[in-house]
Design a protein. Sequence first.
Length: 480
Amino acid sequence: AEVKKRASAHGLWFDDCSFVEYPQRTWQAIQNGDSAEALRAAVRQDLDRVNFADASSALLFVVLPSDGRKDDIYKAVKLHTETELCTFATQCVVTPPASKGKGGKGEQSGIQQVERKLNNIMVKLPAKLRLRRGGDDGAGAEAARNVRLQSPHWLLTPSTMVLGADVTHHAAGVSVAGVVATRGADFATYLSELRAQSPFVLGADKKRARKSEERILELTAMTASLLRRWRAANRDRLPETVLYYRDGVSDGQFKPVLTMELNQLAEAMRQVGGPEYEPKLVIIVGQKRHQTRFFLDSGEAGGSGGTGSQGYGHGWRGGEKGGKGGEKGGGKGAGNVPPGTVAGRGIAQPGHLNFFLVSAQGIKGTSIPCHYHVLHADARLEVQASDLEQVTYQLCHLYSRADKVVGYAAPAYCADHLCERGKLYLEEKFPEGLDAASSAPSSEDAEERWIREQVEERCRWFNDLQASLGSGRSTSLQGR
């Protein structure tokens, strides 16, 4: 009853909410201290019983224990429900141990503490649920959404597709590449593609180089699939403009990544739309790991947030209470700059268009800006720097898992989450990793061959799994 009440307050209406069969096998495995493999098998058996008991269920809440077994259970639940059952979404929540109430009065059970988290949980649910039953149009079932732009920038039209891409390393010894694409004009629901790839660059002698592989090796196939599914969801037409947000690229990798991925994107467009199809393309790289920070200049008066010409190396003095600007994260005599602050002149890198954007409210500590680099912009668009700044800032408002603005563009954020989910699948399937010295041969050549065979086996398993899911199921990876 409490779940239905909180859900309806957030625009979600469930036909029925009920407890399912108690997970007896999982509980017994925990009580007996069984191995991780035995615990995973018990979780799968309990989930199978839930699936057979009520095939019409749309969402399953899984209450996890607060001890060290919660990670094993969580991984088993996600892998089994998202790659094998594929019939209902899951929302996991950790049950904290019982604690005293406020002022030391009374005792709150773990379930009572979970109920306090329901409002936050309800924000995350829409992206996990189908907007309506059925409705598979070849692009996969459309996800529900809980955010929208009131006045979108002129670049964010129904003929625009926004891509987000990222690569995550150290996933059971391999790397995971993820690409997401907006599904329609809401720019809040995403199609997705996942691939596993080699974590290292191969030299001329087919041996591992010291540097890791940061490029997305199968970007052509992934983008072509997303274009076809976008076309199926948008009345059999292809996008006229493509905005590509790339995460996880350092300064020294701009040239190789741009050279390869630009050609891969162009090839994907030719494969889907033919040689005459040449949409207007913009490539933007977002960097979060840097040391640049902004603060309010205590001698500067006035000003306001927002993208454009504001905030180029200067701050604002706002609010009261010693110039903190009303910010929780402001220090004594200075505070965080307001959301929407853009900085470019005087501190940006020379040679190409780039800017810093503080998009999120600084709640605790110093706000961290995201550094965006515009590596390619089609001249036919005739866009100014302020256009790309405003589009990027608006996309930071369209992250479905939160009811606040996030720190960097939502497409890149979703691609990062997608890669982390792929990493979870691999770690659940191959928990031993590649650093198990006892399994590796002793000689250097044999060890090199053994590592490459292990990488190939894991990439093959993962990519075959993604292919078996099909286009209708990969959308369900969004927001997990």
